[in-house]
Every structure is written in structure tokens, then in C-alpha cells.
Design a protein around this ligand. Structure first.
Ligand code: ADP
Ligand code: MG
Length: 146
């Protein structure tokens, strides 16, 4: 299994979105993507780029899903945006039905994957975002090839 690591430092939300578009170009369904980083790190901003790059949604239509755990974007490809921030007790992938979505060849993007119970769940891409200062973010993307 080959692992590819990409690291960038972005200086604006637009640059983070552009990096998301680049990541999207390498994603093939089914894919599970884990996005780590504190509140405000830029996970949702990156999802804008990934979902737009996949032709699933317009950037402006991607937001933090406040009331739904799983937001579907259906366009050229089926993309699901999951935000587990409000989950206060670890939840299983199956409980959310995410295993079924992956079985149906979707791309599933998960914010706060730490809130998942994960025995045997393999993400194909792990992205870690860190706040450097107001406008700078360090983003490290690690993809696990088949
Ligand atoms: P998260 O989903 O990780 O909580 P969001 O993407 O919702 O984070 O919010 C990131 C915030 O940081 C937004 O208000 C965005 O405008 C701001 N921001 C500033 N600089 C950047 C950058 N380089 N990349 C991404 N977001 C940035
Ligand atoms: Mg978010």
C-alpha cells in the first residue's frame, strides 16, 4: 500500500478551497475521508473545495450542517458531508448508515471522525488542519492507496 502525503500552508479560505479541489481530483468512489482539526480550523471550508471539485455542489451551498448529521450533495457524484461535532458519545459508522453509503459507491467526508467508533474502518484519505494564525492554515493530507 502506497501512502501519499501532501502538506500545504494556505493563507486564505480561497486557497484552502483550491487545495480541496486538488484533493477531489484524486478521489475515486467509494471513498471515506476523515477531516481532523479544531473548531475554525477550516474543515468545512475544505469540504467546499472537495464537493465543488467533485461536481457535487457549489461552494456556497456547503455549510456546517447544524441540525443534520449527514448532508447529501447530489450532482455529478454522490457526496455525503458528515459533521459529528455535536455527537457527545461515540457513534458507529453503521448507526449513521455510512457503511451503506460507501457500499453504494459514494464519497463520504467526515468532520470530527474522533467521535466515531472505528473497529476496522479504513479511511482512504486523512486530512489534518491546524490554525497557524488568523488567515494561515497548515494542511496535511495523507492518502492510503490500494
Ligand atoms: P471548521 O469546519 O474546521 O470548524 P470552518 O471551515 O467552518 O472550520 O471555518 C474556518 C474559518 O476560518 C472560516 O471563518 C474561514 O473564513 C476562516 N479562515 C481564515 N483563513 C482560512 C484559511 N486559510 N483556510 C480556511 N479557513 C480560513
Ligand atoms: Mg465544520
Amino acid at each position: 500500500m502506497a501512502t501519499t502525503i501532501r502538506e500545504v500552508c494556505t493563507s486564505s479560505p480561497e486557497e484552502t478551497i483550491a487545495f480541496g479541489r486538488r484533493l477531489a481530483a484524486e478521489l475515486r468512489p467509494p471513498a471515506l475521508v476523515f477531516l481532523y482539526g479544531e473548531l475554525g480550523a477550516g474543515k468545512t471550508t475544505l469540504v467546499k473545495g472537495i464537493a465543488a471539485g467533485l461536481g457535487a455542489a457549489h461552494e456556497e451551498d456547503v455549510n456546517s450542517p447544524s441540525f443534520v448529521l449527514v448532508q447529501e450533495y447530489s450532482g455529478a457524484q454522490r457526496v455525503y458531508h458528515v459533521d459529528l461535532y455535536r455527537i457527545d458519545r461515540p457513534v458507529e459508522l453503521e448507526t449513521l448508515g455510512l457503511d451503506d453509503l460507501l457500499a453504494e459507491d459514494a464519497i463520504v467526508l467526515v468532520e470530527w471522525p474522533e467521535h466515531l467508533v472505528m473497529p476496522g474502518v479504513q479511511a482512504s484519505l486523512h486530512v489534518r488542519l491546524e490554525i497557524v494564525d488568523d488567515l494561515q492554515r497548515r494542511i496535511r493530507a495523507e492518502s492510503v492507496g490500494q
